[in-house]
Design a protein around this ligand. Structure first.
Ligand code: FAD
Ligand code: NAP
Length: 263
């Protein structure tokens, strides 16, 4: 992938969610277009990060899903911090006013356009960690609320503190889909003993029927579209659990399951 068309972009806002999780917004370059669910490549040049005080001017690029809506005037991202990660161990020093580099070619097929019409009626968006990002962008379009009858957003983190964006998730339907699809948000927290909700991993919750019981709905091979994003092992194990239920991978428009692995 060539990053030669990357343009410098200013960071306009930063929000910290937990020690190793934060979001940031950049200005949207003129003419930059993407489809909700896609990712871009972001470049970081250490000399552009004021608080790093580095002499290293080699730009490192990483894939990042867009969180914001295709209609927004800014572009938003949601990032983990990996203590020894080449990109995020530096990105964590980002401040408003610093510069990043945006490769303005959007990539990826975790978009609703991949499914053939007529559209099935229920959409299941299953994420771990920052894998939430593309689903937020999808849920910030009017089309998704008009095209489905039920939408389920399932979001698994290790701790309660790492459940980011919860207030914004709870406002999505009133902002984008007031007269549209019914919406269920299902947070899962796997390592906090006192969490008042689902606490097992997704594949187990699917295999034992607990997820369906929780939302009072069933996966249906004829009507369900299911997207998985985040931890590759979660993607693999969840895919297997869904296949056991007769659901199939989406290829050339046909089939239920679409996936994106973050590493
Ligand atoms: C299509 C795609 C979209 C992506 N979108 C995002 C995004 O929106 N937000 C985001 O934070 N990352 C995203 N990533 C991951 C991102 O590209 C980098 O891997 C991440 O920023 C860490 O970079 P690094 O150089 O610090 O560590 P790397 O050397 O890239 O990764 C080191 C290790 O950190 C772990 N890791 C990497 N990314 C994550 C993550 N997101 N959550 C938990 N553990 C992780 C893995 O164990 C990985 O082997 C995406 C990756 C792909 C392929
Ligand atoms: N989260 C932290 O406390 C923390 C702190 C410091 C650094 N980090 C860095 O961040 C990285 C991990 O980030 P993260 O917590 O966002 O990602 P993660 O390890 O993918 O965990 C996110 C969620 O995915 C679940 N999960 C993991 N594997 C699964 C599988 N096979 N099937 C179903 N669900 C699965 C986890 O459940 P389980 O809890 O059951 O695994 C958790 O609920 C680490 O590599 C580390 O470097 C994280």
């Amino acid at each position: 992938m060539s990053d030669s068309n990357a343009v410098p972009v200013a960071v306009t806002e930063i929000q910290q969610w937990a020690d190793t999780l934060f979001s940031f917004k950049i200005e949207r370059p003129n003419g930059f277009k993407f489809t909700a669910g896609q990712f871009v490549r972001l470049g970081l040049k250490p000399t552009d990060i004021t608080a790093l005080q580095s002499d290293d001017d080699e730009t490192i690029f990483r894939a990042y899903s867009v969180v914001s809506s295709p209609y927004d005037e800014f572009v938003e991202f949601f990032s983990v911090v990996i203590p020894d990660g080449a990109f995020t161990s530096k990105l964590k020093f980002l401040q408003v006013g610093d510069k990043l580099h945006l490769n303005t070619t959007p990539f990826g097929y975790l978009t609703l356009t991949r499914y053939q019409k007529p559209l099935p009626k229920d959409l299941w968006l299953l994420a771990t960690g920052t894998g939430l990002a593309p689903f937020l962008s999808i849920l910030k379009t009017l089309e998704v609320w008009q095209n489905y009858q039920q939408i389920y957003l399932v979001y698994s983190t290790r701790t309660k503190q790492e459940l980011a964006y919860v207030d914004k998730i709870n406002q999505l339907k009133s902002i984008y889909g007031e007269d549209g699809a019914d919406f269920s948000f299902v947070p899962i927290v796997t390592r906090d003993k006192d969490f008042d909700g689902l606490t097992d991993r997704l594949p187990k919750l699917i295999a034992n029927g607990e997820l369906e019981h929780f939302v009072k709905a069933k996966f249906d091979v004829n009507t369900s579209q299911i997207m998985l994003c985040g931890n590759p092992q979660m993607v693999e194990d969840t895919k297997e659990a869904l296949k056991q239920r007769g659901l199939t991978m989406n290829r050339r428009g046909e089939g239920n399951i679409a996936v994106e692995n973050y590493w």
